[in-house]
Design a protein around this ligand. Structure first.
Ligand SMILES: NC(=O)c1ccc[n+]([C@@H]2O[C@H](COP(=O)([O-])OP(=O)(O)OC[C@H]3O[C@@H](n4cnc5c(N)ncnc54)[C@H](OP(=O)(O)O)[C@@H]3O)[C@@H](O)[C@H]2O)c1
Length: 268
């Protein structure tokens, strides 16, 4: 599919999956507007993106701050007139027992991963409804489908995103605005750098490149699909979990149990 002239707003475009999306969408003819907090990294991505589409821009914006988001959307609508595709991708991760996670960390994760998407969508939606169409793609995670050990706050943020997306799908379809959800498994990015030594870790063989996620995003738009879970092994796991939740929870518990470190120490 080509996206010639379409205006695509990607949050978290300064690295990882968002950077890949920015390069790929620009490569297919879209005008890319990327945002993130790191101006240095955004500038580097912009250089690559402009090789394909010189009209593209990057904007500094912390999506967890609703006023910054409102300001960014107003500027985009003034400068470009519309946004055709919004990709809510910005996110942070963590891997730590819940009891050892500070409330400020939990709040930060919910504010960036879930409320960040809510703020961007809420600010942009009136213009999409007025223009009679648009597509919102939310980048969730396998952790938005399956509760994972030591990722309670992260899972909560992505489960929230999934329920919100499904609800919006029904609400916005009659208004011409499409909503899709992409749930990746582990992806080779800098995402887990800060917690790479904590357990349980995903086996390296299960990681995919960010291009796989970028392709899945393009496919949900092109094929007008609500959801894609990538890669296939994760889609199969999610299907099994839906089919037999109790059995799946039992098997997951057996896999996770050896990693519940320090529990006995904390009890004594
Ligand atoms: N990598 C994985 O294994 C994996 C698996 C499943 C789902 N995901 C999801 O994929 C998305 C992208 O992750 P990634 O793997 O590409 O990680 P990444 O390389 O760390 O990129 C995260 C992006 O989000 C941006 N960001 C973080 N906080 C932000 C904020 N408050 N405001 C604006 N931008 C913010 C970062 O930019 P700045 O630092 O410049 O702000 C960066 O561009 C996330 O939603 C993540 O949950 C990742």
């Amino acid at each position: 599919m080509e996206f010639n002239g379409q205006i695509v707003l990607i949050t978290g475009a300064s690295s990882g999956i968002g950077k890949q999306l920015a390069i790929d969408f620009a490569g297919r003819g879209a005008v890319v507007i990327g945002c993130g907090r790191s101006i240095t990294r955004l500038k580097e991505v912009l250089k690559q993106v402009r090789q394909s589409n010189p009209e593209s821009v990057m904007m500094a914006c912390d999506v967890s701050d609703s006023e910054q988001v409102q300001g960014m959307i107003e500027k985009i609508l003034t400068d470009f007139g519309r946004v055709d595709i919004l990709i809510n991708n910005a996110g942070i991760g963590m891997r730590k027992p819940f009891a050892e996670t500070s409330l400020s960390t939990i709040e930060e994760i919910i504010r960036i991963n879930y409320l960040g998407a809510v703020y961007c969508t809420h600010a942009l939606l009136p213009s999409m409804i007025a223009q009679g169409g648009g597509h919102i793609v939310n980048i969730s995670s396998g952790a938005g489908k399956i509760g994972t050990l030591n990722m309670a706050a992260y899972c909560a943020s992505k489960f929230a995103m999934n329920g919100w997306s499904e609800s919006l799908y029904h609400e916005l379809q009659p208004l011409g605005v499409k909503v899709s959800l992409v749930c990746p498994g582990p992806v080779h990015t800098g995402f887990s750098r800060a917690f790479q030594n904590s357990e349980p870790q995903s086996p390296p063989a299960l990681f995919v490149g960010s291009g796989v996620v970028s392709q899945a995003v393009m496919q949900v738009i092109e094929r007008d699909r609500f959801e894609r879970i990538v890669p296939r092994w994760l889609a199969l796991m999610c299907w099994l979990q839906r089919l037999s939740p109790a059995l799946f929870r039992y098997l997951a518990h057996r896999r996770f149990r050896p990693y519940v470190t320090g529990l006995e120490n904390r009890r004594s």
